[in-house]
Ligand binder design. Structure first.
Ligand SMILES: C[S@@+](CC[C@H](N)C(=O)[O-])C[C@H]1O[C@@H](n2cnc3c(N)ncnc32)[C@H](O)[C@@H]1O
Length: 263
């Protein structure tokens, strides 16, 4: 698929006052970094208590504890990540190093993260990883954790009631397009293909977070706009739901939202 033109959902002021090359925060590589279930509730505007008995896919799941915490309260949750083909020991070493690296980068970017308590932030990520680690080997044996990668998932059409995708799509696009990964291979065409795969395995809603750029003056991510257009032109419904996840003080509340796609 060719990349198609898209529009920037920035205000006129934001457009004229900045270059789109101005992401404040970049990382040198994809991080094996995960959040706790309460963060997922905030990111995706969901309530675990309301998902009991539902089939939920978390892709990518990384070292997040969402799948473990969700299964503990009766949700049928499955986590997918390409790194799940690695032994647990390797995942933990990688995860701990990635928390250290990300904290150092956040510390270097006080203009964006100056009001974040980095110690509490790091400790929440380590808590997620410990909880993930406790259930990983058993979960892998049971098919709860699956090694796979977008845009090809090993699931039947409509296998899940809810599909969650956090901090991969849009986030790891290039700084010029609004993401944090210089030399990113994740083009707009890749994003559209990845989202269509998430839609394929879902019979309910696909929820994506975050949906803003990392630019100095954040906007709706241009790829989010293009994905929404792609979906609506094929008869799907797309809406944004406000997220209460802390996205850094410079993201305006009105922009802090997850994208919800349904057929
Ligand atoms: C920052 S983590 C996000 C984890 C979790 N969703 C969260 O928000 O805390 C990003 C993850 O994406 C995984 N990843 C990289 N390429 C992928 C792909 N093509 N498909 C699915 N996951 C991928 C990485 O291995 C990494 O664990």
């Amino acid at each position: 698929m060719q990349d198609t033109p898209f529009t920037y959902a920035c205000s006129v002021d934001a457009k004229s006052s900045q270059s789109p090359n101005a992401s404040l925060f970049t990382l040198e590589s994809m991080q094996f970094f995960g959040r706790v279930a309460s963060d997922y509730e905030a990111m995706f505007a969901i309530r675990l208590a309301e998902l009991s008995g539902k089939h939920v896919l978390d892709c990518p799941s990384g070292p997040s504890s969402f799948v473990s915490e969700a299964n503990a309260v009766g949700v049928h949750a499955i986590g997918v990540d390409p790194l799940y083909d690695q032994p647990l020991e390797v995942l933990l070493q990688r995860g701990a190093a990635d928390v250290d690296y990300t904290m150092a980068r956040m510390g270097d970017n006080s203009s964006e993260f100056g009001d974040v308590n980095l110690q509490a932030y790091a400790s929440s990520k380590l808590q997620a990883m410990i909880r993930f680690a406790r259930g990983f080997e058993q979960g892998k044996a049971n098919g709860v954790y699956r090694a796979a990668q977008l845009p090809n998932l090993p699931f039947a059409d409509g296998a899940f009631d809810l599909v969650l995708s956090g901090h991969l799509l849009l986030t790891y696009s290039s700084p010029e397009s609004g993401g944090i990964l210089p030399n990113s291979d994740f083009s707009l065409a890749w994003h559209v293909e990845a989202v269509m795969e998430l839609v394929r395995v879902c019979r309910g809603e696909v929820r994506l977070y975050p949906t803003t750029t990392r630019w100095k003056t954040p906007c709706r991510h241009p790829y989010a706009e293009a994905i929404a257009e792609h979906c609506t032109s094929r008869g799907m419904r797309v809406r944004y739901e406000p997220s209460s996840f802390a996205r850094g003080h410079h993201v305006h509340d009105a922009l802090n939202a997850c994208m919800v796609i349904s057929r």
